[in-house]
Write a protein that binds this ligand. Sequence first.
Ligand SMILES: Nc1nc2c(ncn2[C@@H]2O[C@H](COP(=O)(O)OP(=O)(O)OP(=O)(O)O)[C@@H](O)[C@H]2O)c(=O)[nH]1
Ligand SMILES: [Mg+2]
Length: 480
Amino acid sequence: MFDSLSSKFASAFSSLRSRGRIKSSDVEEIVAEIRSALIESDVAQEVAKSFGDRIQELALPELERINKSTNPSQGIFEIINAELTKVLGGQTRRIRMAKKGPTVVMLVGLQGAGKTSLAGKLAQYLKSQGNTPLLVASDLQRPNAVTQLQQVGASVGVPVFAPEPGNGVGDPVKVAQAGKKFAEDKLHNFVIVDTAGRLGVDAELMNQASRIRDAVKPDEILFVVDAMLGQDAVRTAQSFLEGVGFDGVVLTKLDGDARGGAALSIVTLTQRPIMFAATGEKTSDFDLFHPDRMASRILGMGDVATLAEQAKAALDPDLTKKFEEKFAAGDDFTLMDFLSQLQALKKMGSMSKMLGMLPGMNSGAMKKQLDNLDEGELVRTEAIIQSMTPAERHDVKILNGSRRARIAKGSGRAVSEVNNLVDRFTGAQKMMRQMRNGGGMPPGMPPIPGMAGMPKMNKQLPPKKKSKSGNPAKRAAEQG
Ligand SMILES: Nc1nc2c(ncn2[C@@H]2O[C@H](COP(=O)(O)OP(=O)(O)OP(=O)(O)O)[C@@H](O)[C@H]2O)c(=O)[nH]1
Ligand SMILES: [Mg+2]
């Protein structure tokens, strides 16, 4: 997401970083580069221009101060980051709850924008926060629109209010109204109204959406737009703003190769915040839109905050506790633990998406590596472990040649892959033992999901043997 913009910014910054003192001509240069990066990424000309002007206005008077600091390019970077955050909407905007009765959220947008999918994503998100949403099928345009929403609702376990088939209820306005009434009676605290889209902006579509709006008086009207539309997304947004009005924007299909510029333009030109982003077809491919995190991602600083949140959500607290207890008891790290970790990793979502949130991962060579990352690897590893007997999983030392051949056959993988996995696991096991014995994490080792809280074990446990710590700093402390 925003990859091209991000890599263009990265090259602009690398030229700035190579300078010691920053002159006003350097600022002008980077501003020119930023402007063209923005325009190439589908940001409207006027928005790109005013963004550049603003950076210049802010940076020039600060040059003296910036040049006194140890890292002048960082000073410019911070100005750009703050301004980009502002252009992307500033603060994260959450749904405003109704003061009384259910909060009504109405979704509008063109055909295929992703409204119905979003209805499911939003419902799941709200439900996960302890709400009791109701989905309302007010798209009676397409013959299967209602069934589509019913399937979406079923998949996230959220009820759907829909007209009874065949009894002639063909008025989306009445359905919306009845849906809201149903929610009030049944004490649902959120109502999500899915509406019909059209191929292009037309008067009839606007008229229908406006009538639904007047009937249910939404607390939030969300304009759903496909980020891949580029500049067209901005024009569509402006038409919807005039025709129906909306309070916030939802960008969908950010997983595609959208150049992302539309996001910046829409916020600036409609003065409406982006509230949510959808990044795939699964109901979990959805998040609140955080302007600061997005700016930091675009600028190649990564999105560690989101990564941490996802890790936390994916980690099963019971599992983490179990690990802690196991280690405290001095038990060994087994292949089953290894498998649970892989499953936690998988739950955290697509590996490449996840790793892309780390600083510096979205530019140049790193990006290529990520794109080539083999997601199937996890699945294959899982298959191999699942083809083992419980005894084998418990102790890989019993894996002789014939057992390995049987496992390979059972999982449909090559024996070399089984060997490779056993080697990797043995290495991980060794590392875990070392940690337990007070050695701490080997340098450069990433934290392992499912193992949150592990390092603190070092403090709670006396070293098993009287061996000195493997960690030089600690050893020094022990001796000192
Ligand atoms: N890759 C990707 N696909 C998406 C995303 N959001 C929706 N889609 C897909 O886009 C297609 C259209 O989505 P819908 O939710 O049916 O769109 P809609 O706005 O309800 O369309 P109409 O009901 O025809 O107006 C579906 O195939 C979705 O799976 C997304 O964020 N990423
Ligand atoms: Mg739909």
